[in-house]
Write a protein that binds this ligand. Structure first.
Ligand code: GTP
Ligand code: MG
Length: 708
């Protein structure tokens, strides 16, 4: 296998809504470049990219996959990603190491929701971006609508380089306004004939060519001068201008293709060769000081780990990109996250499931290594003494949760190990061992994502598990003040127990004052680990309770706060003032005061207008305007409070506050309501008082649990 120099490498990630044709396009490119001699299809499950059994079953991509091809002496690393929003974790890692993002659009669908959100990620990393309008053979194909929508969504930088001579079943030719040529394809696709522009298209082509030249010249002073002088740029000048504009994000060139008929991919690969940035120009990362990290091919070796994938009989395969120097098997590198030294084993390139051993990987290239010690995604490895830590990939917040339960006891460790491995391979899955809810909760990106995780637990890790609705982390608080008292007295044989406390229990509010009849001697403010506050005041006069018993009183209250008096949920935002009590010279001890405080707190809390609080999330739904009404009225039934709405092209963004309880299965409902065209994000916002019915239901469930 050939080792490529950095200037000869192009890292291209394919992005776009599910079904827009990324996997088919990758397959066609591999075929056109001679990397494979038969084109597989998604329907038959025979593509290089979608090689996992689940992908074959679902006929769509679930994991990002890595392929490479040689196009006229340059190596194009193609990363095919899933377009379903549930698998976004696979996409963000790939985007981080790509130097060009190639967005696919379905010509009949235009800009769809996933494309819109993927676009935001590409902009976050400033990855030079281009478009290909695919499926031009589709009967409903509408190229110019796609162009208009793209400009609306992504800006006027979207610039037509190609357009179809005709669309639908008659699609067979593409007009190229950069090359000023028409490519006409044979019936079975492949290499096109280059024809002059037909007279009927001349006016339109001239106009588009002019637009392209002006956009390029606009972004470069030297080219602008040439353009003013000659009224035209030659092809070399255009290429240079396009390259600079693409790297700076001042142009997003738009191409045409019909991936399934093998039309148009050769020209796109040619453009990648001639115009797309190499790894030194495309997407340089930031280092630990937020400075741009320049890739130095002659410098010390630096690699960044961006993906772990486990294959049976192989173990963890860790993908990396080389950000400096070059690496070979046997090289010792320091991991900047844990300062351990790891030795590189054999190095590989991958083509779907196939691994090809390679002796060296140079700056800018992407490779994989097995069994790298103590290392995981987001680690930077460097030569000893040459310290550098590249900024980590930030994985998106999760949108859905489920509790996982073993059907039989005894496999807890095995489950823990499996979940840990799933998180290692896909950091967009978050595993929470909730002591509060006494459940293991899996947070993911969507119902489909959870189904894949369940499938892995059952079939890959052989665990008999079920996914159940997770409990809600409610909170308890109070709405009124109450003065409570409890005397704990026990006489059993020898030493007795005695403690008496008086507590003022109040709802905590920032800046609140203390009633005039109490004198505060000491205040402790505790930020509670589960949110909210406990303020604990010592208002004892005349030494009726010794200071040494105060910690025990606090402990007794805290114990009850962890297991709330009303529903067993955690208590927050209360102020307790210990203002009176009594003790006994022999029988009083810490245990007695702890008990007395716990009992006084419990009684007082129940008389101080206890109120259940529920977690409320802020959600952002992106939905095509047509479905907006349905989404809004559904949010109404979920006790949602609309915070704002904003139009973005043909899409609407709705922000709302919705209680967590009402978000169960929301992504499924949203999908079915909008035929899969809406996406949503969610983030914890705050706790709010739960309505009476919810409070009743939770208290009732807890009473039944305690009585059982
Ligand atoms: N008519 C037509 N169908 C196409 C074309 N390209 C792809 N398809 C079909 O569209 C469907 C989806 O194609 P994929 O390549 O799986 O799309 P994808 O973007 O990889 O989808 P995800 O993996 O779900 O993100 C498949 O049935 C393809 O055969 C095309 O140019 N024309
Ligand atoms: Mg795919």
């Amino acid at each position: 296998m050939k080792v490529y120099n950095p200037t000869r490498i192009r890292n291209v990630v394919l992005l776009g809504h599910s079904g827009s044709g990324k996997t088919t396009l990758a397959e066609t490119m591999l075929f056109e470049a001679g990397a494979i001699n038969r084109r597989g299809t998604v329907e038959e499950g025979t593509t290089i990219s979608d090689y996992h059994s689940l992908e074959k079953e679902k006929q769509k991509s679930i994991f990002s996959s890595f392929m490479n091809l040689d196009w006229r002496g340059n190596k194009i690393n193609l990363i095919d990603t899933p377009g379903t929003a549930d698998y976004i974790g696979e996409v963000v890692g790939a985007l981080r190491v790509a130097d060009t993002a190639l967005f696919t659009l379905s010509s009949e669908q235009g800009v769809e929701t996933a494309t819109d959100s993927l676009w935001k990620y590409a902009r976050k990393y400033n990855v030079p971006s281009m478009f290909v309008v695919n499926k031009l053979d589709n009967e409903q194909s509408n190229f110019w609508k796609c162009v208009d929508e793209s400009k609306e969504h992504f800006g006027r930088e979207v610039t037509v380089v190609q357009y179809p001579y005709s669309e639908g079943s008659d699609f067979h030719a593409i007009i190229d306004v950069l090359r000023m040529t028409m490519y006409e394809f044979p019936e079975k696709g492949g290499k096109p004939d280059k024809l002059p522009i037909p007279d009927s298209e001349r006016a339109r082509v001239d106009k588009l060519h002019q637009e392209l030249v002006e956009t390029i010249a606009e972004n470069d002073e030297t080219l602008m001068d040439i353009y003013f002088e000659h009224g035209e740029l030659d092809e070399e000048q255009m290429q240079k201008g396009l390259h600079l504009s693409l790297v700076k994000g001042q142009i997003y060139p738009l191409f045409c293709a019909c991936a399934s008929l093998n039309m148009g991919t050769g020209r796109i690969m040619g453009f990648m060769n001639d115009v797309a940035p190499n790894p030194m120009e495309g997407n340089p990362p930031k280092d630990q000081n937020e400075e741009n990290f320049d890739l130095d091919p002659d410098g010390k070796p630096v690699i960044f780990l961006f993906k772990t994938h486990s294959e049976s009989h192989v173990g963890d395969l860790i993908y990396f990109k080389v950000y400096g120097g070059s690496v070979q098997p046997g090289l010792d590198l320091v991991n900047s996250s844990n300062l351990n030294t790891a030795r590189l084993g054999n190095l590989f390139l991958t083509e779907g499931h196939k691994r090809i051993e390679i002796p060296e990987i140079k700056t800018g290239d992407i490779g994989a290594v097995v069994k790298l010690k103590d290392s995981e995604v987001n680690d930077t490895l460097h030569e000893k003494g040459h310290d550098v830590k590249l900024q980590p990939i930030v994985f998106p917040p999760t949108t859905i949760r489920t509790a996982v339960k073993l059907k039989q006891e005894g496999e807890e460790d095995k489950l823990g190990h499996a979940l840990n491995q799933i998180h290692r391979e896909d950091p967009s899955v978050v595993i929470e061992h909730s002591q509060e809810l006494r459940q293991i909760i899996i947070h993911g990106q969507g119902e489909e994502h959870l189904a894949v995780i369940e499938d892995q637990l059952k079939n890959r890790f052989n665990l008999d598990v079920e996914f159940i609705t997770p409990k809600i982390p409610y909170r308890e608080t109070i709405t009124k003040s109450y003065r409570a008292q409890y005397k704990h007295k026990k006489q059993s044989g020898g030493a007795g127990q005695f403690a008496e406390v008086y507590l003022l229990i109040e709802p905590y509010k920032e800046g609140m004052s203390t009633p005039g009849d109490l004198k505060v001697r000491d205040v402790e403010e505790h930020e509670l680990p589960w949110g909210g506050k406990l303020v604990f005041q010592n208002c004892i006069v005349g030494g009726v309770i010794d200071n040494r018993f105060m910690p025990a009183i606090l402990k007794g209250i805290m114990e009850k706060m962890e297991n709330g008096p009303m529903s067993g949920c955690r208590v927050r935002d209360v102020r307790i003032s210990v203002y009176d009590g009594s003790m006994h010279s022999v029988d009083s001890n810490e245990a007695a005061f702890k008990t007395a405080a716990r009992m006084a707190f419990r009684d007082g809390f129940m008389k101080a207008g206890p109120q259940l609080m529920e977690p409320v999330y802020e959600i952002e739904v992106t939905v095509p305007t047509d479905y907006m009404g349905d989404v809004m009225s559904d949010l109404g039934t979920r006790r949602g409070q609309i915070q704002g709405m904003q139009a973005e092209g043909s899409l609407q963004k709705i922000k709302a506050h919705v209680p967590l309880e009402e978000l169960d299965h929301y992504s499924t409902r949203l999908k079915s309501m909008t035929q899969g065209s809406a996406t949503y994000l969610r983030e914890f916002s705050h706790y709010a008082s739960a309505p009476f019915e919810v409070q009743e239901k939770v208290v009732q469930a807890n009473t039944e649990l305690e009585e059982a």
